[in-house]
Each structure stands twice: as structure tokens, then as C-alpha cells.
Design a protein around this ligand. Structure first.
Ligand code: HEM
Length: 367
């Protein structure tokens, strides 16, 4: 029986995870040449383990200087002492974020489409709202926000481990402009000190927030909307519970990677130094030692917030509360303004990435 997911389309990933949780909570996958960790307890151990490091991204010589600087200084890709410093820089940027109105932004995004006839929620809302909330919250003007939002898909290619010629062609010019813009606003926000290293850290981690918001934010807004249609009680629904149950049961991020800096003993096995590990957060969320009847979508379960979808330990997501609030506000806005939601497609096609599970298109009608 095949346990390796090579494509989300038509794959019943929950059955695979549930089977692996029972049969192989941690095992070495020969095909992928990596350890795969499924159980909640083992995922937790790896995420907290000081010898389980975030793997380095291979350096691509054709990436321009600003692109290489980004890779070197983004918190998401760093380890050890550097990670502490970069995380502090990312948190400082995040603390500057003012509350922008999700409802107002959503109104603006929906103004250009016929909500009743149907529109693609992915393009119109999910790819736009997270980045626009961040940009608005940091006082970016409309022109600069439009540039960043329009080019974020290209910018996010910086996280690809194996960049093609095409990726580099798209990335290089965008990184230059976004770096220039980020420096301008970092200065306005009082984030720059005049000390080169520190300033680069602030600028790169401001850009890092844009990049990190893209895939996962998009996926959360799609999955929340889809699960929102399962709740018939409208405004009586506890939106925060709905969003947390969505994050547990139907997460946008499925796994994250680590590499062993030394031998790690876990579950009677030894992960050898330099072995890589795939931590399947989405499987841990289905572990019946933590969640009763894990395969049921149950908004009312008492511990749905215990999911691992935002990671754990030193690298856990800096934006988790921001993301939950954003999705809750979207659910509330839709409930207040559009009593009827129609999902206008029966089948979904997914993006090819395997660390996240993202629908390519989500046609909806709101009335
Ligand atoms: C506005 C949106 C978001 C921003 C700005 C953001 C930002 C970040 C940053 C900066 C990190 C790196 C933290 C570190 O290494 O110390 C991170 C990690 C992470 N984020 Fe987010 N994030 C966002 C949305 C999300 C969403 C929606 C999810 C999942 C639903 C998510 C899941 C994760 C996970 C799993 C990690 C940990 C990765 C690991 O440990 O390897 N993020 N996020």
C-alpha cells in the first residue's frame, strides 16, 4: 500500500495519515530518503529538539545579492543564535502592525466582482487579504501595496529549494524593488538604527513576513470558507472554534522539515546526524491520543486549538493569532453580509507543492 503522497488531487490523505499513525508513527521512507514523523508526541519532540535544525536552502549563484541576503537573514530559514536575533527582529516588525479593518478590506476586494454570479475566492480574496492586512497595518501607501501584492507570488519563490532559471528571472527584479520599498517603510516605522547588520535584519524580516503570509494565509482563508458552509447556524457559530477546527482538520500547511545536527533517539529509533526529517503536522492533528474521533470535523470539540498547524517550539509561527483573527473576521463579515454561500464547483484541483495543500481555484457565489 502506498504511503507516499505525491499529489493531492484525488488523494485521501486523511486515510494515509490515520493508517500511518497506527502502523508507522515514525519511519524512514526509502523512496523519499527521509524520516517521516506522524504522531503528535513525536512531532512535538522533533519541533522542540535543539538538534533538529531547519535545513539550509541551497544557494543559487544566479540569485542576486538582495535575494541571497534575504535567504541569509530570514528567521524562517535560520538556526541557533542567529535565529534568536532574527526572530526578535521579526517580532519587532510585527509589533508595529496596527489593526487594519478586515471587513473594510474585504469590502474593497469584493467591490470589483459580481458576488452573486460567482468569482474565484482564491484570486480575489485569499491571495490578497493577508498581505494587504499587513501592508495596511504598516501604513504602506496604495501604489506600493499594489506592487507588493501583485508580485508576491514571484517573491515567494525565494523559498523554493530548487530554483529554475524561470524562478530566478522572476525573482531578481522583484526582490530589488521590494527590498527598496521595505527599506523605505522600515525607516518610516523607526525600525532602522543606522547600523548596517541590524538594519538588514529588520528589512529582511519585514519582507519575510510578506513571504510567509502568502501560501498559508491563502490556504487558511479557502479552507475556512469551505468549512464555514458546513455550519448552518450562521451568527450563532463560534467562529474562533470553527477556524481552529479548520486548522486542525483541514490545515493549509501539512508538514515542515528538519535536519539532525546530531543523532536523535526517538520512539526506539535513531535519526542519524545529517538525516532529514519530515514532520507531518497535519497527521499529528489526527492523532486519537489527543483528539477524540479525530476524523470528524467537530467545531465544538473542547481542544481543537491544540492542533500543531502553526508548529511548536522556537520556530512556531509568529503570526498565529493574527491569522486566526483574520479568518474569524472573514467568517463574521460573510455571515453578517451574505446569508447564502454557494460553492460553485464539485471538484478541486490542488497546487503541486506538497508541504502545503492549496486549492488552485475556489468558485463561490455570495448573496
Ligand atoms: C500573515 C500570515 C503569516 C505570517 C506573517 C507568518 C509568519 C511566520 C514566520 C515569520 C515564521 C518563522 C518563525 C521562526 O522561524 O521563528 C512562521 C513559521 C510558521 N508558520 Fe507562519 N505565518 C503566517 C501564516 C501562517 C499560517 C496561516 C500558517 C498555518 C496555517 C502558518 C504556519 C506556520 C508554521 C507551521 C511555521 C513553523 C515552521 C517550522 O517550524 O518549520 N503560518 N510563520
Amino acid at each position: 500500500m502506498n504511503n507516499t503522497i505525491s499529489n493531492w488531487n484525488g488523494t485521501d490523505y486523511r486515510s494515509i495519515y490515520l493508517r500511518q499513525l497506527k502502523e508507522n508513527p515514525i519511519y524512514f521512507d526509502q523512496d523519499l530518503n527521509t524520516w517521516i514523523v506522524y504522531s503528535y508526541a513525536h512531532c512535538k519532540t522533533i519541533l522542540h529538539h535543539s538538534d533538529a535544525l531547519v535545513p539550509e536552502l541551497p544557494v543559487n549563484d544566479k540569485l542576486n545579492e538582495k535575494g541571497r541576503l534575504l535567504i541569509n537573514k530570514m528567521v524562517r530559514l535560520s538556526n541557533g543564535e542567529q535565529h534568536h536575533a532574527f526572530r526578535a527582529a521579526a517580532m519587532t516588525v510585527f509589533q508595529k502592525l496596527k489593526n487594519a479593518s478586515t471587513g473594510q478590506l474585504l469590502k474593497e476586494l469584493l467591490a470589483d466582482v459580481s458576488t452573486t454570479d460567482g468569482f474565484d475566492w482564491v484570486e480575489v480574496v485569499a491571495k490578497q487579504l493577508p498581505i494587504r492586512l499587513i501592508l495596511k497595518g504598516l501604513d504602506f501607501d496604495n501604489e506600493d501595496s499594489n506592487y507588493i501584492a501583485a508580485n508576491l507570488q514571484s517573491l515567494a519563490r525565494i523559498m523554493l529549494p530548487n530554483k529554475t532559471e524561470r524562478d530566478i528571472q522572476l525573482l531578481n527584479p522583484v526582490v530589488e524593488v521590494v527590498y527598496y520599498l521595505a527599506e523605505k517603510y522600515a525607516c518610516r516605522l523607526g525600525l532602522l538604527t543606522g547600523e548596517n547588520e541590524m538594519d538588514e535584519m529588520a528589512i529582511c524580516n519585514l519582507i519575510g513576513l510578506f513571504i510567509q503570509s502568502y501560501d498559508a494565509g491563502r490556504g487558511l482563508l479557502c479552507n475556512s470558507l469551505l468549512n464555514r458552509t458546513k455550519c448552518t447556524s450562521g451568527n450563532g457559530t463560534d467562529w474562533k472554534k470553527l477556524v481552529n477546527e479548520t486548522l486542525r482538520y483541514d490545515p493549509p500547511v501539512h508538514n515542515t522539515r528538519r535536519v539532525a545536527a546530531r543523532d536523535i533517539s526517538i520512539g526506539g529509533q535513531t535519526i542519524k546526524e545529517r538525516d532529514t526529517v519530515m514532520v507531518v503536522l497535519a497527521a499529528a492533528n489526527l492523532d486519537d491520543s489527543v483528539f477524540i474521533k479525530p476524523d470528524e470535523f467537530d467545531v465544538m470539540r473542547s481542544n481543537n486549538h491544540e492542533h500543531l498547524t502553526f508548529g511548536l517550539g522556537g520556530h512556531n509561527c509568529v503570526a498565529k493569532y493574527f491569522c486566526i483573527d483574520m479568518a474569524v473576521d472573514v467568517c463574521r463579515f460573510i455571515a453578517d453580509n451574505y446569508p447564502r454561500i454557494r460553492i460553485l464547483q464539485k471538484e478541486f484541483i490542488y497546487e503541486p507543492q506538497l508541504n502545503v495543500r492549496l486549492v488552485k481555484q475556489l468558485m463561490v457565489g455570495l448573496s
